[in-house]
Design a protein around this ligand. Structure first.
Ligand SMILES: C[S@@+](CC[C@H](N)C(=O)[O-])C[C@H]1O[C@@H](n2cnc3c(N)ncnc32)[C@H](O)[C@@H]1O
Length: 267
């Protein structure tokens, strides 16, 4: 990684996401939805960026695609290799950054990202890289969190306590179809959106908060940063629990995510 102003931010992401493994239980069903939404075909060359523990990569490979997958976190890649091995499939994993993909131009038929590329600090660079490695006529598809629903609001709440570095837009903007349309702009055609539900078991708001504090990088980082500020930490926890309660019904946090799919234009 270069010594640009965003390197420190990415180093923190690399560190923070290391605890994500338990959350693959929730992203596994979503992976099947994204692979279907992107109409992945047998034999296609496919890249999963921000692959985490490889749930999209494994799902796409089981559907017959030839898969490569990349993530910042070596800890998650270790789990991803185990997941692929357990399923008995070959996937080429790489440690790397979506803002600097180590693949030639036009080398994939499909580029996917499930709640992954949205964490890159410079959306325009992440998009440019994902489209660079995609062949003209290939499909880009990703899942992201809408700003007005639970996870998007949780990220916005975290941002109020621990703002991102200057120049890094809120990650939840990736869940707004108007922003996605602007970011993909005139480089794609056939832009399509769909929302899908994801439910998280909630014995109590406190259980869900504890679970995010132990697994979700932005929350992990915030709680670490507030360790010497007990009043602010208590205020954050109360606000997060209220947010969780607002989206909970029948011991489930009910939320939706946004899927986007588009075709890369020839020029
Ligand atoms: C919410 S997790 C999603 C993981 C996986 N796609 C899934 O659905 O289970 C976000 C992932 O994005 C990765 N990530 C964050 N910033 C990244 C970057 N700049 N380049 C590559 N991966 C990144 C993290 O390491 C983490 O694995």
């Amino acid at each position: 990684m270069h010594n640009d102003p965003f390197s420190q931010f990415k180093a923190a992401q690399r560190e923070g996401w290391a605890l994500f493994v338990p959350l693959e239980a929730y992203t596994t069903p979503a992976a099947a939805s994204l692979v279907n939404f992107a109409r992945v075909q047998r034999g296609e060359q496919l890249l999963d960026v921000g692959c985490g523990t490889g749930v999209v990569a494994v799902t796409a490979a089981r559907a017959g695609a030839q898969v490569k997958a990349l993530d910042l976190s070596p800890v998650l890649l270790e789990r991803a290799r185990w997941n692929a091995g357990t399923a008995g499939i070959a996937i080429e994993f790489a440690e790397g950054d979506v803002e600097e993909l180590p693949y030639p131009d036009a080398s994939f038929d499909v580029v996917l990202s499930q709640y992954g590329h949205m964490f890159a600090p410079r959306p325009e660079i992440a998009v440019a890289e994902m489209l660079r490695v995609l062949r003209p006529g290939g499909r880009i598809a990703f899942s992201t969190w809408p700003p007005e629903l639970f996870i998007g609001r949780m990220f916005n709440l975290v941002g109020q306590y621990l703002p991102p570095p200057a120049g890094v837009p809120p990650v939840s903007l990736w869940g707004d179809p108007n922003v996605v349309r602007e970011r993909l702009a005139d480089k794609v055609a056939d832009l399509a959106f769909e929302r899908e539900a994801m439910y998280v078991p909630a014995l109590s708001p406190q259980h869900v908060r504890e679970s995010f504090e132990a697994t979700a990088a932005p929350v992990v980082k915030l709680v670490q940063s507030l360790k010497d500020e007990p009043d602010r930490l208590a205020r954050f926890r109360a606000e997060l629990e209220a947010l969780i309660a607002a989206f909970t019904q029948g011991n489930l946090v009910r939320q939706q995510y946004l899927m986007t799919c588009a075709t890369k234009l020839s020029v």
